[in-house]
Design a protein around this ligand. Structure first.
Ligand SMILES: *Cc1c(COP(=O)(O)O)cnc(C)c1O
Length: 397
């Protein structure tokens, strides 16, 4: 997955363009730019490649979520339903908007369980935020019809499934808005960066303003621009956008390398009857950034982890004991350890987490092993790795 494995002449050329004209800001300085608008160009590439009307770059995937929530008008008093298996950015962005995160179970897709979502809806629910974890997608048809029925926004966090699709449409373009991260370990990296994708022109206009202090962006004189709304600085820099522009031109190659490497590993593990795989709602649309498999019991998955270490296999996780991705280790969140006072609405809403348990998610996550698919592996290296992984699993059965 990490795009940084394949930096080359493309990224260096784009970066040099920016360094040569000295304009590191994405707006203004028209006369000094020599025609280089890297952030704008990257947005246009994203629109074309994702077949989506609008792309608004931001400073990170987390701020992309902040912007998306803001343009949908989600804030104090509102609830947003999210999965208990995700990256911490999900609840961070909801809390930053002033809304209350409502956590629900995942299923064997390792993403939102639609039944759990429906059961968590209250009169305060405003949005459902599926997270397409570890390369593959949530049950988008089911989630979309729940959102339609209850008049809720669907916001796709597609940060870990860049290049994946669902029934012919790119992930991140199916909900009212979708987000990607271009941080240092994502499939396409800018160093730091993110994007909001949407087909809604009003959201796009607001996202453009909100992510730049509320500037109206009418005309080229920044000093003369007005501020129709409050905003923040969630801008990407030209330097970061330039790296992303070099990377995105290689997107099709990245995805096909991932799919090749994924297929080789999956075939080797498929021969082991005890190994089952995560359910993928549209297998053709798997971005293949990870291979996720289940062992029959948590005990066996722990043994696989030990065996992988013994056999010298790297780049895999059991998220049950991971500090960043699963509710079990989010004590700072559960205890609401905020540097500043949180609203009474949030505190009250979060009370429910104190006695909430996630038995279904515990079962799937404790039995799951998630293997990163690297871009730099040669076909021979993947084949060797596949043989070693199968041998390691056999050794504990
Ligand atoms: C990486 C990631 C984010 C946040 O992206 P940053 O650019 O690091 O802020 C959000 N959600 C998921 C699922 C991610 O993996």
């Amino acid at each position: 997955m990490p795009g940084f494995e394949l930096f080359g002449a493309e990224e260096r050329k784009e970066l040099n363009d920016v360094l040569e004209n000295g304009v590191l800001m994405r707006y203004g300085f028209d006369g000094m730019r020599n025609g280089h608008w890297k952030a704008k160009e990257l947005e246009q590439e994203l629109q074309k490649r994702f077949d989506v009307k609008h792309a608004q770059l931001t400073s990170s995937g987390t701020t992309a979520l902040n912007v998306a929530l803001a343009v949908m008008g989600i804030g104090a008093g509102d609830e947003v339903i999210m999965p208990c298996f995700t990256f911490v950015a999900s609840f961070e962005s909801i809390l930053a908007s002033g809304a209350t995160p409502v956590l629900v179970e995942i299923d064997d897709t390792l993403t939102l369980d639609p039944e759990a979502v429906e059961a968590a809806i209250t009169s305060k629910t405003k949005a459902v935020m599926p997270v397409h974890m570890c390369g593959s997608m949530a049950e988008l048809d089911a989630l979309q019809s729940i959102c339609k029925k209850h008049d809720l926004f669907l916001l796709e966090d597609a940060c870990q499934a860049f290049g994946g699709s669902y029934k012919g449409k790119m992930l991140g373009t199916i909900g009212d808005a979708g987000t990607f991260s271009f941080d240092f370990v994502k499939t396409i990296t800018c160093g730091e960066g993110g994007v909001v994708l949407t087909n809604n022109s009003e959201y796009a206009r607001l996202a453009d303003q909100y992510s730049d202090h509320g500037h109206d962006h009418m005309g080229s004189d920044r000093g003369a621009e007005t501020h129709p709304y409050l905003g923040y600085n969630f801008r990407i820099s030209e330097l970061h956008a330039a790296v992303g522009l070099g990377q995105i031109k290689k997107m099709d190659d990245f995805i096909s390398i991932q799919r090749r490497n994924h297929a080789i590993l999956k075939e080797a593990l498929s021969a082991i009857p005890e190994v089952t795989f995560r359910r993928i709602p549209d297998p053709e649309g798997d971005s293949c950034g990870f291979l996720n498999f289940f062992m029959p019991t948590a005990e066996l998955s722990n043994k696989v982890v030990e065996a992988f270490a013994k056999f010298g296999i790297d780049a895999y996780w059991n998220y049950y004991n991971n500090n960043w991705h699963y509710i079990r280790k989010w004590d700072h969140f559960k205890e609401m350890k905020s540097l500043f006072p949180l609203s009474d609405q949030i505190k009250k809403g979060m009370e429910r987490l104190k006695d909430q348990s996630f038995p279904q998610s515990d079962d799937f996550i404790s039995r799951n092993i998630s293997c990163l698919i690297k871009l730099s592996w040669t076909e021979e290296e993947v084949k060797e790795r596949a043989t070693k992984m199968a041998a390691a699993i056999h050794s504990i059965l």
